[in-house]
Write a protein that binds this ligand. Structure first.
Ligand code: RIB
Ligand code: CA
Length: 305
């Protein structure tokens, strides 16, 4: 049976490929896509999600969500994703957003689903936190929470913190406090999923679909990460989706994870404890079979229109 998921995102050049991967994979049943401000403002991430689902020929409903974190100021990352959030690609406009705000829709789906639903968070976790904090009784309807979030060590938005965790650390803390299984794809994991020109060339050879080439164009528009010595561009968000589809591509370790909620320079840091004996509250993905990951992603992108 396909795994029912709700995908919460902030597209986003890597979110784009995560959305395509989720929609192209029969192992998953995407019940809804919910959108937050993050990489760029909600005024861009929402139309981007609508464009991407239209390109994929998908009828999955897309819902607007939070345009700011639970606390503090909204800060975006256009220097990474372009001011439009998709690397400057000119793509067709999608359909209008489905009615209903993200947190309300997440709660409705959880309330009505016959089976527990996996919540996949690949942006700031505001929508997921708002849904679960305002109706705690639904927690047992959450099969697991799978996040691209956090880092063992060096961050990518500050030296201490990864962007999604840093953007709304209180939201991430709320998710961890639910007690439901939480899976982290951290920066150290996604640094193993490096997009390179050779990998993009290999994708393009897989077919002529508009999604395959849009994904290739989006990734080709990016500057290799200086944080990773220009070796390539880390493909963060599809890692969270790929774990649900093919967990054998990964190794993982149960850890105790806490979030720094202070106002100082380490705000948003994920403190991942794997040795002190503290009770684990999350599973942290550690290694990735990168060639297997890119083969899976290419094969699924090639299935799309
Ligand atoms: O730190 C990387 C994460 O932040 C990715 O999800 C990227 O899309 C941004 O949301
Ligand atoms: Ca994202």
């Amino acid at each position: 049976m396909p795994i029912p998921i709700i995908l919460d995102c902030d597209p986003g050049t890597d979110d784009a490929l995560a959305i395509f991967l989720a929609l192209a994979s029969p192992e998953l049943s995407v019940l809804a896509i919910t959108v937050a401000g993050g990489n760029v403002g909600l005024d861009r991430t929402l139309p981007n999600a609508l464009t991407l689902t239209a390109l994929a020929g998908s009828a999955v409903p897309v819902h607007a969500g939070a345009d700011r974190p639970l606390l503090g100021q909204f800060v975006s990352a256009p220097h990474i994703h372009g001011t439009d959030g998709l690397g400057g690609m000119i793509l067709p406009t999608g359909k209008p957003a489905a009615p209903g705000l993200a947190a309300d829709v997440i709660r409705r789906i959880l309330r009505e689903s016959p089976d527990p639903v996996a919540l996949v968070g690949i942006g700031p976790a505001t929508n997921l936190a708002l849904a679960l904090a305002t109706e705690p009784a639904l927690i047992t309807q959450v099969a697991r929470i799978v996040l691209m979030s956090g880092a063992w060590a060096e961050g990518n938005v500050t030296p201490a913190a990864e962007f999604n965790a840093w953007s709304d650390p209180e939201a991430l803390a709320i998710l961890l406090a639910t007690g439901r299984p939480v899976v982290f794809a951290t920066l150290e994991l996604t640094a193993q999923a490096l997009v390179t020109p050779a990998r993009i060339t290999a994708w393009r050879a897989l077919g002529n679909g508009r999604c395959l080439h849009a994904a290739s164009d989006i990734q080709a528009s990016l500057t290799p990460s200086p944080r990773l010595a220009g070796q390539g561009t880390p493909l963060h968000d599809p890692c969270a989706i790929a774990w649900l589809i093919q967990p054998a591509l990964f190794t993982a370790r149960d850890c105790a994870v806490r979030i720094d909620l202070g106002p100082g320079p380490s705000r948003g840091r994920t403190l991942i404890d794997r040795w002190s004996g503290a009770t684990p509250n999350a599973t942290v993905l550690e290694t990735l079979d990168a060639d297997g990951f890119f083969a899976l992603l290419g094969e699924r992108l090639a299935r799309l229109p």
